[in-house]
Design a protein around this ligand. Structure first.
Ligand code: GTP
Length: 335
């Protein structure tokens, strides 16, 4: 499903709910989901199917909306995750069966050994030596075969687990969060802008900020201290986040903040508050490599113009950031 702004969501629901009443549709989560996306016109295919069903049946029965919900609304990620869960369960089941077999096989080997030992402890053992040897031979041969099968089973499971691990890693890399700071990443930021821009009226601002001289900080204080600084700045941006704002880390020490209902003047004022606050911070490195004080950050601030695309807005804010760097850093540039 899509992350609409509360204002957009409200406008869509205002149209969806009367439609649901008119069609006498039960207020279930599935139905709300379907009618929301229907009014939003997210997918022409979904709207065609809804219209065709209503044309034929006069309404949209619950089982149909449930089916459509899973077909159109459950995200690819969720589908992937449930597919992986199923595969993992099947693997655990395989390991459990193989382990059970191996346990039984070990028990038979144990019984072979114990029977042989019993025979060997008898007074007339000499008479049975040949039989004991052959009995033990068969028992150990079988145990070897079973052990080989077990090793094969476990190797197969191990290969599948490695494959699953790689696929999960790939999915994790593709989602919207930055693993270091848990803020949105570049993709998350772009998605957010795509959903906000259509309803904004020249009052959506984007701040792109970059820690000054991070390379020098890495050299003087260690890369670990530089990374701790990135996380520290991320926490400050998150703690000082305005209502309805989005904070993202784009790369290295570069962050972005989307402000809704914010004029350019307001956004510049907010950037200045953040900049002066960051300047006053001191970060002590744990390994005794000194204190990073007077944290300096440069900002590029842009406010959306007309029908500007997210990519264009990001490029403009980044251009202003470059101007701030060229003008001497630790400052704000815009327009
Ligand atoms: N510690 C740390 N450093 C990073 C990380 N990601 C990127 N960097 C480093 O951050 C540095 C950024 O350097 P530049 O973009 O050249 O800029 P700068 O040294 O910050 O200088 P200005 O931006 O011009 O003020 C590079 O040396 C990167 O290797 C990270 O996750 N942790």
């Amino acid at each position: 499903m899509h992350a609409d702004s509360p204002r957009q969501a409200n406008a869509i629901l205002k149209k969806a709910v009367p439609l649901m009443r008119k069609m006498d549709v039960a207020p279930t989560p599935y139905n709300y989901g379907i009618w929301y996306e229907y009014v939003r016109q997210t997918s022409p295919k979904l709207n065609q199917l809804v219209d065709a069903t209503i044309g034929r049946l006069g309404s949209l029965p619950s089982f149909v909306s449930k089916e459509l919900f899973h077909q159109f609304l459950v995200s690819e990620e969720a589908r992937f995750n449930s597919e992986h869960k199923d595969r993992l369960e099947a693997l655990v089941q395989d390991v459990s069966l193989s382990t059970q077999d191996m346990k039984t096989n070990l028990q038979s080997l144990e019984s072979v050994v114990s029977k042989s030992r019993k025979v060997l402890s008898r007074a007339d053992r000499d008479k049975h030596l040949d039989r004991v040897v052959s009995f033990l031979d068969q028992g150990t041969q079988k145990a070897l075969q079973d052990a080989e099968q077990f090793t094969k089973d476990i190797s197969r499971v191990n290969r599948e687990v490695a494959q699953l691990k790689a696929e999960l890693e790939e999915i994790r890399n593709n989602v919207d969060l930055d693993p270091l700071t848990q803020l949105f990443n570049q993709k998350g930021l772009e998605r957010q802008l795509y959903s906000l821009i259509p309803s904004s009226e020249d009052d959506l601002s984007l701040l792109i900020l970059d820690i000054d001289h991070l390379k020098r900080i890495n050299i003087n204080h260690s890369r670990r201290a530089g990374t701790a600084l990135i996380c520290y700045v991320a926490r400050i941006l998150q703690n000082r986040k305005l209502e309805n704002a989005t904070v993202a880390r784009l790369s290295g020490g570069t962050f972005a903040i989307v402000l809704q209902d914010a004029t350019l003047d307001f956004a510049i004022e907010y950037a200045e508050i953040l900049r002066t606050h960051l300047n006053k911070q001191r970060l002590k490195s744990r390994n005794g490599a000194g204190v990073i004080d007077n944290i300096q950050v440069s900002f590029g601030v842009a406010t959306i113009i007309g029908q500007e695309t997210p990519a264009n807005l990001i490029a403009r804010a980044t251009g202003y950031l470059d101007n701030a760097k060229r003008a001497g850093r630790n400052r704000i540039a815009s327009r």
